[in-house]
Design a protein around this ligand. Structure first.
Ligand code: ASP
Length: 433
């Protein structure tokens, strides 16, 4: 086991998780056994990752921004980061729209299946609609207003407030650049060291990753709905997954064209983060690992990674935006609606914004989908149609969200001459016990 690369160990963990999960569903009490004795370890694993997300963002961004030593460099990097993130998101939505219009998965849903699903899942979707409604009632500038917290300590108490923590950290970093070096030295050293400790904690958590994903997948399998529903939604799921696969090709191509790094190098470097994204369905929980892989295995210098990745984890969700476009048109098709070209163009804009607004947690994409449906006049009851397969698709789209962030960090790093060689650190490099 020791010689295996981390991604193989994680894959094995996932595979065993699925096998054990399937076996356990075959006898009475198996499901409860997994829920009582295995599932908690998955939760502990995810929690340990989430636990370090906010401290990591704080330390990494303050260090990253202050390392730049120059505000104009920061605005240059900021502009590029946002620009490239927006471009990849628009590409993703457009691919989603193109595919769903070609495959027409909604046409394969019969009137009976539709009525049955809407009936069965109506209750489950209410929660999503209510959350979305609360967001809709706020004014247009509310997201901007929310960016600036009134109290950083209360913001830092919830992983949902990552953008506020990012805002504070960048602001603090700018302050640090602007004071005399002599005065800022101690603060800077503190955050440098803090950042190093957090990254070491990531190494330690990753030692448990194969077992963590085992527990997560075993629990997911015993709790998943029956296969019949998957069949009814087969074409829809295939369309989403195929679109997501195209995004991988786009990322590897972009990375190759702009940085000359081969697809194998990129995928090998980022794969443990992708597998964790898949197992946890949360780009926020995966962020610490993405950060470690991008800096140590892909050669992106820390000052770029620590700026680009936390922002990406919260605003760049290409997988989510692609899924939202496919889901919206799929539901429209299933309800026999014809969406004209301008409505579809509008979906590009709304899905892009919705993915920016989606939190980096499981199921967030579905909440924001309500807004896209509302814009295009598609019945929100249609959410019930896609509910059954949302979790597996969430797992897949999170992989793309994470991959997109990593790819963009390489592009930004290259553009500011901060892409170097990998320098892998082991968890016990400095420990001679
Ligand atoms: N689970 C996704 C993420 O964390 C968001 C979503 O699409 O629901 O990246």
């Amino acid at each position: 086991m020791k010689k295996l690369a981390l991604h193989w160990k994680i894959l094995l963990g996932m595979l065993f998780g699925v096998i054990v999960g399937v076996l356990m569903t075959t006898f009475d009490g198996g499901k409860e056994l997994i829920q009582d004795w295995i599932k908690p370890f998955g939760k502990i694993f995810i929690n340990s990752l989430k636990l370090i997300a906010i401290p990591l963002i704080l330390a990494a961004l303050i260090k990253g921004v202050s390392d730049l030593k120059d505000i104009s460099k920061l605005s240059k990097m900021g502009g590029r980061t946002i620009g490239i993130y927006l471009t990849t998101t628009v590409i993703a939505v457009s691919i989603g729209l193109l595919l769903v219009n070609l495959v027409n998965p909604g046409n394969s849903i019969s009137e009976d299946t539709r009525t049955e699903m809407v009936g069965n899942y109506a209750d489950n979707t209410t929660k999503y609609k209510e959350t979305a409604m609360a967001q809709k009632e706020a004014g247009p500038l509310k997201p901007l207003e929310d960016l600036v917290p009134e109290n950083i300590f209360s913001s830092a108490t919830s992983n949902r407030n990552m953008l506020q923590v990012i805002f504070f950290a960048i602001f603090f970093g700018i302050g640090l650049i602007l004071i005399p070096e002599e005065k800022g030295k101690t603060v800077k050293h503190f955050f440098d060291g803090f950042n190093e400790v957090i990254l070491k904690m990531v190494d330690l958590i990753m030692l448990a990753a194969p077992y963590g994903v085992f527990a997560l997948l075993a629990a997911l399998v015993v709790e998943s709905p029956s296969m019949d529903l998957f069949k009814a939604l087969g074409w829809y799921s295939i369309t989403v997954v195929f679109g997501l696969a195209i995004m991988v090709v786009i990322y590897t191509t972009l990375v190759f064209v702009f940085t000359k790094k081969r697809p194998k190098f990129f995928i090998n470097g980022i794969s443990p983060a992708q597998l964790l994204g898949f197992s946890t369905s949360s780009s926020a929980a995966t962020l610490p690992v993405t950060m470690e892989r991008v800096t140590e295995h892909l050669g992106v210098e820390e000052e770029v990674a620590s700026f680009v990745l936390p922002i990406g984890a919260t605003i760049n969700m290409d997988g989510t935006s692609l899924y939202q476009a496919v889901a919206a048109v799929f539901i429209a098709q299933a309800f026999g609606m014809d969406l004209d070209f301008s409505t579809q163009l509008g979906i590009i804009a709304t899905a892009t914004l919705a993915s920016i607004g989606s939190a980096a947690v499981p199921g967030a994409g579905m909440v924001m989908l309500v807004g896209v449906l509302g814009y295009a006049g598609i019945p929100e009851a249609g959410l019930a149609l896609i509910f059954a397969v949302d979790r597996p698709l969430d797992m897949c789209r999170t992989v793309i969200n994470v991959t997109g962030d990593a790819a963009v960090s390489m592009l930004v790093a290259k553009s500011v001459d901060k892409l170097g060689e990998p320098h892998v650190k082991n968890w016990d490099d400095n420990y001679k016990g």
